[in-house]
Design a protein around this ligand. Structure first.
Ligand code: ASP
Length: 328
């Protein structure tokens, strides 16, 4: 029997000690620890990696601290459009939804697509109808509202740029200006969420869920629901969930590339994930990070930003939570 392991992330970006109050920091550590513990409980009870990753992401979606589900960011039209994906490493089964607006837990909709349809990716109203028919809870759009996210959007609406929710000093589509762009929401850092897990039976799984990027164009789909870009799992190599500038992760097929490096070039999990995060992604302006786990239970959590909300738990050991690049 393999010792089960789970890791989660809550987004990467300009997260500095100076920008996060001690109270907020403590809230993030507590939320991350609680959610990893819930994932560990699933695994330690004999649950599958897929069940544990789905459950962890469901809890992250419900937590307003993170940009997924309740607490998601706003589009340029002041709405929420959510993306999510799950993948099972044992058989490469996967499911995803994009641009959904009324599903409480997009990750459960992604799982329904995987298990109850013959497709991999459903989008928009048809995805919502499919999920509702299959028992996924619906909500009115105001469920996703949080004052912090709304204030953040009000600061950038009308500008022709979209911004990473948790990385206010970077911008995905803006023209470069000489002056540095000020953080739009220095007091509240949120993030896309994800989980990767290895179960007692040696199976890997990954799940990712997001509201995308603040002020994004309606209809924009990022990397999170795209297999191989923002989410990937294959028992032969790795389970990965990504966060960051989605277009760059799509253009480099970042999560799949980590597995490919391991399969074809014989790289270790550490080598492969660091090469993608510190070499491949920056070449196309990609900023962010990944959480990755291999079939031996090795973990890699590299990121090329100032911080990444992250946590992991092995077997019965207490969860470990981290935010910044170096330990406090
Ligand atoms: N990767 C996400 C997206 O582009 C954003 C994030 O990770 O915060 O939709």
């Amino acid at each position: 029997m393999t010792t089960p392991v789970i890791a989660i992330h809550g987004g990467a970006g300009t997260i500095t000690r100076a920008s996060l109050s001690a109270e907020d920091e403590a809230r993030y550590h507590q939320a991350l620890a609680d959610i990893v513990a819930a994932g560990q409980a699933v695994l330690n009870a004999g649950g599958s990696a897929l069940e544990a990753a789905t459950e962890a992401v469901r809890l992250l979606e419900d937590c307003p601290l993170f940009n997924a589900g309740h607490g998601a960011v706003y589009t340029s039209e002041g709405r929420h459009e959510l993306d999510a994906c799950v993948m099972n490493g044992a058989d490469l089964a996967s499911g995803a939804v994009a641009c959904v607006t009324n599903l409480r837990n997009p990750v459960l909709a992604a799982r329904a697509v995987m298990e109850k349809s013959e497709h991999v990716l459903l989008v928009g109203p048809a995805a919502e109808a499919f999920a509702a028919r299959n028992g996924v809870a619906t909500v009115t759009p105001d469920y996703f509202h949080t004052d912090a996210r709304h204030e953040q959007w009000l600061r950038v609406r009308g500008q022709s740029r979209a911004m990473l929710d948790h990385d206010a000093s970077s911008f995905a589509f803006a023209e470069k200006t000489a002056a540095p762009v000020e953080p739009i929401d220095p007091d509240h850092k949120f993030g896309t969420v994800g989980a990767v897990a290895l179960d007692q039976f040696g199976n890997l799984a990954a799940a990712t869920s997001t509201g995308g990027i603040t002020n994004k164009q309606p209809g924009r789909v990022g990397d999170s629901p795209i297999i191989g870009a923002g989410c990937y799992a294959n028992n032969a190599t790795v389970a990965v969930s990504a966060t960051g500038t989605g277009e760059a992760f799509m253009r480099t097929v970042a999560c799949y590339d980590i597995g490919a490096r391991m399969a074809y070039a014989g790289q270790s999990l550490e080598e492969a994930s660091r090469a993608v995060v510190f070499d491949t992604l920056p070449k196309v302006g990609g900023r962010g990070g990944v959480i990755a786990i291999d079939a031996q239970g090795n973990l890699a959590l590299p990121f090329n930003t100032e911080g990444m909300y992250r946590a992991y738990g092995c077997g019965e050991l207490a969860p470990v939570t981290e935010i910044y690049a170096a330990p406090a």
